[in-house]
Design a protein around this ligand. Structure first.
Ligand code: GLU
Length: 300
């Protein structure tokens, strides 16, 4: 089997951190998730970090139990085994977001009077702000009314700076990107940004490894951490994505091939890990890689 030298180096990762793999059970696992798992387990094993498996089922309108079961089965089949968190055999878990509702309520109380209620729909916001960017920007209209089903947080108009382990220094001003941050939506579900930030703090996550599609969320999560009283900034690594074609990232909504479909076509777990490693640019040509070997793809 041809071997190749690791292409990516992460000397900034100290030993003994705690990281997480955090799938949302709103679809099946696909190659993009496998690329994330390679980074998470590879860097964790190489640097002696602990891996927590968190099930991000905050969006109860979209999650399905069969997606969760299949994600857990696929991860086990691929050979990615977490040190803590949700496991295939789990009925209950401390690491499932739908079990964290009181944790989120408590965090909300700690945010005090920067939090307010809002009744604006997406359509109303778009009509009022006239902004046609990819991301919805909230103008603070309901700050004075403080009524409605949504819950929002007033952000400071200051830039957040962090050094991404792959991308270098990043500066983001969340108040300009999204305006007052949505914490709970009109259906009563906690939003991704709020749930993930509270959990990362509560679960002592010190190394956050995720795709570059979430890069823009990091500034607002850092600000939320500050407002929630977190003392330390975690280390962030936003890894490249696998692209379905030249313009679109691979995603479950694109009906990308699920791991189960690859398996049904006769691919082995090592074939799939190797395919994802190649497509994300970690190896120069495709070859089978066992989940236990992914640490060899990185220098730490
Ligand atoms: N649950 C998110 C996803 O599946 C990951 C969130 C994160 O890593 O911060 O894309």
């Amino acid at each position: 089997m041809p071997s190749s030298r690791p292409t990516q180096s992460f000397p900034m990762i100290p030993r003994g951190l705690r990281t997480r793999f955090a799938p949302s059970p709103t679809g099946f696992l696909h190659l993009g998730h496998v690329a994330s798992a390679i980074y998470v387990w590879g860097l964790a094993r190489k640097s002696g970090a602990e891996v927590v498996l968190r099930m991000e089922d905050h969006d109860q309108g979209r999650v399905r139990k069969d997606y969760e079961t299949s994600i857990l089965d696929d991860l086990a089949w691929l050979g990615f085994k977490a040190d803590a968190g949700v496991a295939s055999s789990d009925k209950a878990s401390d690491y499932r977001q739908s079990d964290h509702w009181s944790r989120y309520e408590n965090a909300l109380q700690n945010l005090g009077d920067r939090v307010y209620r809002c009744q604006c729909s997406r359509k109303e916001i778009l009509e009022r702000t006239g902004k046609n960017s990819e991301e919805l920007w909230y103008d603070g209209f309901c700050r004075v009314h403080n009524q409605g089903p949504n819950i929002r947080l007033i952000l400071d108009s200051k830039p957040q700076t962090f050094v991404d382990g792959l991308l270098g220094e990043q500066i983001q001003t969340a108040s300009e990107q999204c305006g007052d941050l949505l914490l709970r939506d009109r259906d009563g579900f906690w939003t991704y940004n709020f749930a993930v930030t509270v959990d990362d703090i509560e679960e002592d996550i010190s190394l956050i490894i995720r795709g570059q599609d979430i890069l823009a969320a990091t500034g607002r999560q850092l600000e939320l951490r500050e407002q929630l009283g977190a003392k330390e900034q975690p280390l962030y690594i936003h890894h490249p994505l696998i692209w379905a074609d030249e313009t679109k990232k691979l995603s479950k909504r694109d009906r990308s091939t699920s791991i189960g479909q690859w398996r049904d076509q006769g691919f082995s777990a090592a074939d799939i890990v190797g395919k994802a490693a190649f497509q994300v640019g970690l190896i120069p040509s495709e070859r089978p890689i066992h989940a236990t070997e992914v640490e060899d793809l990185f220098h730490v």
